[in-house]
Design a protein around this ligand. Structure first.
Ligand SMILES: Cc1cc2nc3c(=O)[nH]c(=O)nc-3n(C[C@H](O)[C@H](O)[C@H](O)COP(=O)(O)OP(=O)(O)OC[C@H]3O[C@@H](n4cnc5c(N)ncnc54)[C@H](O)[C@@H]3O)c2cc1C
Length: 380
């Protein structure tokens, strides 16, 4: 079935972005995996080419494009390129709404031109060693003292945490009977703020994930992003878009894995003919193909819904959990079909398998997604 979500101009954008990745990313994927992070020259090149923060106005260095289909095209191309780095999804899909919808004009003027130019990598620090799924239990504090906030605590598993120039941090600020949280932006270089080293992960090694530490870290009160005491609500508002971004990458990744399997099994001979011709393998391929097509239709529908503002929290949660379960199931079965070669690092399916595992955990664990949907259904 032909996908109808994209228009010719999205496809033109896809070609331009694919050419950019072929030139600037693909030759370096292995070295970024070894280094644990894409290099800054690439981030800068992406900014200069207009691929970072294009939703912002021209005056801030953006392209004034407010259409999530462009984000989805980028995610699909990043997956197809084999680049296991979350730079674009993190900056464009997750960070942009914080800077666009919650930041003040003064903050946007301060940060966004560098962000769109690829000179300001931003991380989002919510998870902590003692609180990930249950963000209401965070213990990092930001105490108000005159014109400053003083931060104490730590964050963990933060994407771009080792290399970020600015961290937007969820901290307890004590409003509303001590339960209030706020989002505070902390610039790298601020006394009392330390970025950890890249953590050793089983997958997505081309992207740094790190701890952030705050020890009597003083930032101006003007670094408050959004409303004081409503940090968690701000974060929750942005979660459907984050979850949809994960779903887009998940179904794309499943499709890439399927295509690899089809090509390989058509060539690989066993029992006197191509493995793809064995009846049980044909049936497996038929199942995977159909499952991916069905999932793709729902993901595309959710992309349109996020654009018209109708994507609900439970639809995004369902899309994220279903697409990432599909991704895992497809990739695991495809690896099996590659036999021993599938377990070898030089075969892309091996890396895809490693990279896929976390998709069911971050952005909210899939169990949390189901809990969210179930609660809405029964009004709990
Ligand atoms: C590579 C990577 C990148 C990440 N990037 C970021 C980032 O940029 N910023 C950020 O803030 N965080 C980030 N995270 C953190 C991620 O969002 C959390 O790991 C995730 O939300 C789960 O939290 P936790 O690890 O503390 O698990 P826990 O909250 O301890 O939960 C453990 C497990 O318990 C189960 N569980 C928990 N709650 C429920 C429930 N209500 N019902 C049923 N089962 C449940 C689930 O199986 C869950 O996986 C990242 C994590 C990874 C691994």
């Amino acid at each position: 079935m032909r996908r109808t979500v994209y228009q010719p101009w999205h496809e033109e954008f896809r070609s331009a972005f694919r050419a950019f990745l072929d030139r600037e990313a693909v030759p370096h994927v292995a070295s970024w995996e070894a280094a644990g992070t894409p290099d800054r020259a690439f981030v800068k090149a992406a900014g200069q080419a207009g691929f970072l923060g294009f939703e912002f106005d021209l005056s801030l260095g953006g392209l004034g494009i407010d259409d999530f289909r462009y984000n989805a095209v980028m995610t699909e191309e990043v997956v197809a390129s084999g680049m296991a780095a979350d730079l674009f999804s993190m900056q464009n899909d997750i960070i942009v709404p914080y800077l666009r919808d919650l930041a003040t004009d003064e903050q946007r003027a301060r940060w966004v031109p560098r962000f769109t130019a690829g000179e300001l990598v931003v991380s989002l620090g919510m998870s902590e060693p003692g609180a990930g799924s249950d963000l209401a239990a965070i213990t990092t504090t930001a105490r108000r003292e005159g014109d400053e906030y003083v931060l104490n605590g730590s964050k963990t598993f933060i994407t771009s945490g080792a290399t970020c120039d600015l961290a937007i941090v969820l901290a307890r600020t004590g409003e509303r009977d001590g339960r209030g949280t706020s989002l505070i932006a902390v610039e790298y270089g601020t006394t009392g703020f330390k970025r950890g080293n890249p953590m050793h992960k089983i997958g997505r090694r081309g992207q740094d994930t790190a701890e952030l530490f705050f020890d009597e870290c003083r930032v101006p009160a003007s670094n408050l992003v959004g409303e004081a005491g409503r940090g968690l609500s701000g974060a929750i508002t942005n979660l459907p878009r984050e979850r949809l971004s994960i779903a887009v990458s998940a179904v794309s990744s499943a499709r890439v894995a399927f295509d690899l399997a089809l090509a390989y099994l058509t060539e690989r001979i066993a029992f006197g003919g191509p493995i793809a011709q064995l009846q049980s393998v044909r049936m497996t391929l038929a199942e995977l193909h159909t499952d991916i097509a069905v999932m793709q239709t729902y993901v595309d529908r959710c992309v349109l819904a996020v654009d018209d503002g109708s994507l609900s929290a439970e639809e995004a949660a369902g899309c994220k959990y279903k697409a990432t379960e599909l991704q895992w199931g497809v990739i695991d079965r495809v690896l099996q079909l590659f036999g021993g070669y599938g377990y070898m690092e030089e075969y892309p399916i091996a890396r895809m398998w490693r990279d896929a595992r976390v998709q069911r955990i971050y952005g909210g664990a899939n169990e949390v997604m189901k809990d969210l949907i179930g609660r809405r259904l029964v009004g709990a």
